[in-house]
Design a protein around this ligand. Sequence first.
Ligand code: ZN
Length: 336
Amino acid sequence: MGNDENELRRHIYANSTDRHVIRKLLQKIFLPCSCKETCPKHEVAFSIEETVRALDIPEENISTLLCYLELHAKKYIELLSPAYTVCKVISYGGPMQIRKAAKECPPLAMALALQKNQNENDQNVLEFAIVDIAAAIGWDSGICKHKLKNLEWTTVSGQPKRSTLNVSFSNLGFRLLAPGNLSDDQLDEALDSLYEHVVNQEKMALLQLRAVHQTLVDVAAPSYKSCLQQESTESGVKLKVKIREYFESPNPLDSITLTENKIVDEDQLVNDIRGLISTYRDNNFTGKAVARIFHGIMSPNYPAVIWGRCKYWRSHINVDFHTICKIATREILNFR
Ligand SMILES: [Zn+2]
């Protein structure tokens, strides 16, 4: 019975997020600005794909964290629809065409001014983070994109004609409005409240799972044969009563307690952690990544199609997830 519950717990742990991961996310959101006292909030965007890889959590989970921040009593951010974050301008008429176009197009002028290592790049191609440029000149990124896209056209004797410039957008990103002048205390508070939310969600999900599990164990028959022989109405009535009790109670989860899985064999666990990290030396494992592998939980950087073949996949499914995290983190530090 306990194994079924462990099996389902995996789905809950798949959504748990570490403090340091949340901190990394906040560093992408709250970029320092030069506003004095009040900040009107600036448009910020960051690549969905790169963020998923850097944080090793799925896109939906990042969206959820962003929603928590928006719904927070302090309304830290305002979410906007996702948008392309990179603009690429290619000139088929030489680098001068880009410079000429910049005179009429402030976002392009700013992108040129901020361009680094100008000599090393192909002078016919200019690539830049469009939302950053928009924020730098204080324009809406949509307007900037419109202006830039218009560079593909010129007017020759009253007729529209294609110019020698090609403008394209790529790399879809999360986009939001965020203040840039939060104090360290405010940043800590945002981090704490987000983390607390994640921990509470996880705890609640585990309690709910336990409640369902306990209820089903209470009414379950030892085998299907006994269901065939006797009337099962008694169990049915019992189950209905329990479900009604659950939904009518103001705090149905208060009476539920979580029992931690005891470590069966810590030596074996430590051996396997060491085995895993020395077998895959190129991987920068975190304690959480190890725990996920041992529970058979996939993540963006550790997909099941690949890691499912590793002999450690699901190898410690009966050991408490957070215990593995803790021990693995310790072993990884010792290993370095
Ligand atoms: Zn500001």
